[in-house]
Design a protein around this ligand. Structure first.
Ligand SMILES: Nc1ncnc2c1ncn2[C@@H]1O[C@H](COP(=O)(O)OP(=O)(O)O)[C@@H](O)[C@H]1O
Ligand SMILES: [Mg+2]
Length: 162
């Protein structure tokens, strides 16, 4: 893992270009909220892998015509030490019980998901936690899901050192 400053706006541009065709194939609007001046301290490839994982899940569990929003902001609860990313969909959602299992290895729903491995979120959690971040989900059955994760904010590290 190589940790470097990763500007979130260019990460979002790359993710937009690479993931929009996947969303469009299902007539899902994929929207990246513009961010300015946010810089994650992360391994760029792994950060991309996490975002891609969450967006692919959001598209998979959202019906045609739905919407997926990707955003990032300075995490207020950590007084700016962390960047908090979010991926929100208006798809199938999950019950409380379902939600409590999603980060487990090999756990997955099988209906309409024959090729799922149940590894995506398990791996995403490993990547996020290796950076010192946290990943969690909020969801409502039939209404949609928001996946959140935090990563160190590069600017606050620089300021803390200088
Ligand atoms: N955005 C989402 N909406 C609804 N359910 C989700 C969403 N993301 C993940 N899940 C649930 O979490 C399970 C685990 O996800 P994941 O580890 O990526 O496995 P897979 O995509 O192979 O099924 C999925 O099978 C699904 O039940
Ligand atoms: Mg997945």
């Amino acid at each position: 893992m190589t940790l470097l400053p990763c500007p979130v706006d260019s990460l979002f541009d790359d993710a937009d270009a690479l993931l929009t065709p996947i969303a469009e194939a299902k007539q899902i609007a994929l929207c990246f909220t513009p961010v300015e001046g946010l810089v994650a301290h992360a391994d760029q490839k792994r950060l991309y892998q996490v975002i891609a994982n969450l967006v692919v899940n959001a598209v998979k569990f959202t019906p045609e015509g739905g919407r997926v929003d990707v955003a990032a902001e300075l995490d207020s609860q950590s007084s700016g030490r962390l960047v908090r990313f979010s991926v929100t969909d208006n798809g199938a959602g999950m019950s409380e019980d379902h939600l409590s299992h999603i980060f487990e290895r090999y756990w997955r729903v099988r209906e309409a998901n024959p090729k799922g491995t149940g590894l995506g979120l398990y791996i995403a959690r490993g990547v996020v936690e290796a950076h010192g971040g946290t990943i969690w989900a909020e969801s409502e059955l039939g209404r949609g899901t928001t996946m959140y994760f935090t990563l160190p904010h590069a600017d606050s590290l620089i300021n803390a050192q200088g």
